[in-house]
Design a protein around this ligand. Sequence first.
Ligand SMILES: *Cc1c(COP(=O)(O)O)cnc(C)c1O
Length: 408
Amino acid sequence: MNDSKYIYLDNAATTPMDPRVIEEVRKHLRETYGNPSSLHSVGQKAGQILLKSREMIALLINSKRDDIFFTSSGTEADNIAIFGVASKNKERGNHIITTSIEHHAVENPYKELEKRGFKVTFLSVDKYGLINTEDLENAITKKTILISIMFANNEIGTIEPIKEIGEIAKTHDIIFHTDAVQAFGKIPIDVNEMNIDLLSASAHKLYGPKGVGMLYIRNKGVREGWGKFIEPIMYGGGHERDMRPSTVNVPGIAGFAKAAELAKEEMEEEARRQIKLRDKIIKWVTENIEDSYLNGHPTKRLPNNVNLGFSYVEGESIVLDLDMEGIATSTGSACSSKSLDPSHVLLAIGLKPEEAHGSLRVTVGRFITEDDVNYFLEKLPPIIERLRKISPLKKGVEYVFDKNNNHY
Ligand SMILES: *Cc1c(COP(=O)(O)O)cnc(C)c1O
């Protein structure tokens, strides 16, 4: 396999670093080795890079600079938001509202909170993956302390009505957290206009380094009528103003900031370009391959996300065959793609287990060209045709599923 020829259509799982970001990280790996907590000038220089990075990231979501807290990942940001608000406000209430299609980094913390005595409402979604804001209103009780709803879904790309949700959270004076890992840098986000109190993002989903993330915390975690509404989940040195102690990864953060700056500069043009590629794939496949369909919403979706269903084939087999042709894709989220369970997101939008098993996620990105898309569209049909010939799943046959939703 020639790396330079490999067509990477799995940009929702992670992205290759932009060469301009690599340059930035390399520079700071060499020069900015200080610990920002140190008093000496090497430490202070690192502190200045950290401040500037905070500022650059804040620009992308229209937040105050000091409301940005760096973390080691999107998952860590989600965990700080969720456990931090839950434990700080357990006297106030033990009810939390989220959705049935969250990333595992949100879903699993809530499952853990249920074990610890919290009541969690997992809102269902429609066939496009959209929540119903009336359902949200109806789920709110006097004990509700937190609403977590993802900005955009990592598997099917659906963009939730975040502004309306923020409005509802504000009206009822409830903290609103959104996992914006997939949306950050791809579509406009304004934490003020959208009334977002907590927002998680991650560098490696936007051509930055892995292992760097951030949590936006409105007004540094102080709210009228609540006082401090979040507390740390880790204790140590005073880094990131106690919210995330441990020596900060300054070169990684500088890379994250560079990635955010590039994303901001190029957002409009890139979104337009990627939507064209996205819609070309959707149109071509659904028109030319029999028994194929689109998962997710036709227009309220991320510019880079395509999720296709193919009846009578296993998504895993399609991914492996495409890989042999030098094309990277996915069957769902990277975390679930190694297990045989069908995606909880695809089940939540109403797909049958056998349908969920036949899904293919194709996510374009900054380095994907129209030629790459054409190559993919040339390689895909014979693969589907071959797999359908050898598939045990056939048109017009009913299948039995075991408790793990695997058919036999
Ligand atoms: C990737 C992802 C995460 C996890 O981010 P990491 O930085 O990999 O921990 C969380 N939420 C969503 C929606 C994601 O796509």
